[in-house]
Design a protein around this ligand. Structure first.
Ligand SMILES: Cc1cc2nc3c(=O)[nH]c(=O)nc-3n(C[C@H](O)[C@H](O)[C@H](O)COP(=O)(O)OP(=O)(O)OC[C@H]3O[C@@H](n4cnc5c(N)ncnc54)[C@H](O)[C@@H]3O)c2cc1C
Length: 436
């Protein structure tokens, strides 16, 4: 193998030299941008590859837990992201006809993060990117897809990107794969996605115009047919996720939009007028294949995976963004130390794995329980069990603890603002907050 130029994971020599950097982050989602900002503020040079040229994404994670809000607050970007538009929500409710079966009330949490935020993901990404752009050492290659990894003696030393200007090789001391659930970086590194079929449903997403009809909650309605998830969405809309049995959508879609709309309005009669108004074509609906996954490995020499590329979750517990931001916050000091010491062997990334793998396992188990609790039928015994759990969560100190864990994860992840050497004063936005 050519030790000077390296070879790409597709076997061709790496050429078309582009920027040399400390860290090449692949993917400008919540995980990649948050990590880029933390590293830049710690004096680390970052090149970010992002395949899209714009952040205007429909049907991406919108609900932000208090744990994620706190991390963004510590980074000084929460206020800007909120100012672009967001809705505060009181919590989660499971509703069967008119009866609230389960009520996870975030107003029981300590200030200042006593709510969920429904925020278009582009507001969050724009705010993070703007901060990154203001810092030295940042290079943003938007419209660039990763096509190969550069390897030297089994170690990852860069990435080859394809973009409007052609092919570019980015040399880096570490490559971070933050390119989401279908991660190309993960595949190029020969790491399996670890897909687990833990859920028996897919979700069909759409939004409806709903001025004056917002609810202040994330609600799962179990009225008739398949459960439906509904939450406020900025501006003046409701985002709706209709759960369907796995792989049943093609057969239903083949029956045409009128039949689909009839089923939707039956499942959600209280919003039938809004659905009639806003859903006129099958292309107004977007199907999400729901599965969980935990990649077979998260690190190699010179390579780390974070966020959805390392672990993918059902959207129903609204944990994906939280976990992605937490991964970034935990990896940040690990990378700063490894780069400072000049050693980016896989073993140096162990503290990241030791903290994040158990936290992700807990969320995966919790989501499987949630799916059973919310979607399972199981008759009167299951219903009695559900209302027992609901009472526990609503009234007991244990319920407050459970709400705290859902909101923040355990242990609570702190941003290591003490490592910041540039940017505005750390923690400027936070006025208090839990230690968990
Ligand atoms: C419909 C839906 C609803 C959801 N709802 C919620 C919710 O309410 N709350 C919540 O917390 N989570 C939710 N999630 C999950 C959440 O969106 C993800 O967990 C979160 O976005 C993960 O962040 P990430 O940065 O790891 O990956 P992503 O957000 O997927 O970002 C990956 C980035 O990598 C880029 N990329 C991909 N391939 C390449 C490539 N080859 N080269 C360069 N760049 C590339 C992508 O364009 C993207 O910008 C939802 C997910 C879906 C699909």
């Amino acid at each position: 193998m050519d030790k000077t130029t390296g070879t790409t994971s597709s076997g061709t020599p790496a050429s078309d030299e582009g920027p040399h950097t400390d860290v090449c982050v692949v993917g400008g989602g919540p995980a990649g941008l948050a990590l880029a900002l933390m590293l830049l503020r710690s004096g680390v040079r970052v090149t970010l590859l992002e395949k899209s040229a714009r952040f205007d994404r429909a049907f991406r994670g919108e609900i932000l837990q208090p744990g994620g809000q706190r991390i963004l607050g510590d980074l000084g970007v929460l206020a800007a992201a909120r100012a672009a538009g967001a809705c505060e929500l009181n919590g989660f409710q499971l509703v069967d006809r008119d009866r609230v079966l389960l009520d996870i009330d975030y107003r029981r949490l300590p200030a200042p993060y006593r709510h969920l935020l429904a925020m278009p993901q582009r507001h969050l990404l724009d705010a993070l990117l703007e901060r990154c752009r203001a810092l030295p050492g940042f290079r943003f290659l938007d419209g660039h897809r990763i096509g190969a990894l550069v390897e030297e003696d089994g170690r990852i030393t860069g990435a080859v990107a394809h973009g409007p200007g052609g092919r570019r090789t980015v040399r880096a001391r570490v490559v971070v794969g933050a390119d989401g659930r279908f991660s190309k970086t993960r595949a190029l590194a020969g790491i399996g996605a670890g897909r687990v079929e833990a859920f028996e449903h897919d979700v069909l997403w759409f939004t409806v115009r709903a001025p004056g009809r917002q609810t202040g909650y994330v609600r799962i309605h179990r009225t008739a047919g398949n459960p439906v998830l509904v939450h406020d969405s900025h501006p003046d809309r409701l985002q709706i996720g209709w759960t369907l049995p796995h792989r049943s959508w093609p057969e239903l879609a083949a029956r045409g939009i009128d039949e689909v709309r009839r089923e939707l309005t039956t499942a959600l009669p209280q919003f039938a007028d809004l659905i009639e108004d806003s859903v006129s074509d099958l292309s107004d609906l977007s199907l999400l294949d729901v599965y969980a996954g935990k990649a077979d490995a998260w690190t190699r020499d010179g390579l780390v995976l974070i966020g959805d590329s390392a672990h993918t979750h059902s959207p129903l517990g609204a944990q994906g963004i939280n976990l992605a931001l937490q991964d970034a916050a935990v990896l940040h000091p690990v990378l700063v130390a490894a780069l400072r010491d000049g050693c980016v062997d896989q073993a140096r990334f162990a503290p990241y794995l030791e903290t994040r793998m158990p936290a992700v396992d807990v969320v995966m188990r919790m989501q499987q329980m949630q799916a059973k609790g919310m979607f399972g039928t199981g008759g009167p015994v299951a219903d009695r069990l559900r209302s027992g759990v609901a009472r526990l969560i609503r009234h007991s100190p244990l319920g407050r603890k459970i709400t705290h864990r859902v909101a923040y994860g355990h242990p609570v992840v702190e941003v290591r603002t003490d490592l910041f050497t540039t940017g505005p004063t750390a923690r400027a936005e936070r006025t208090g907050g839990p230690k968990g």
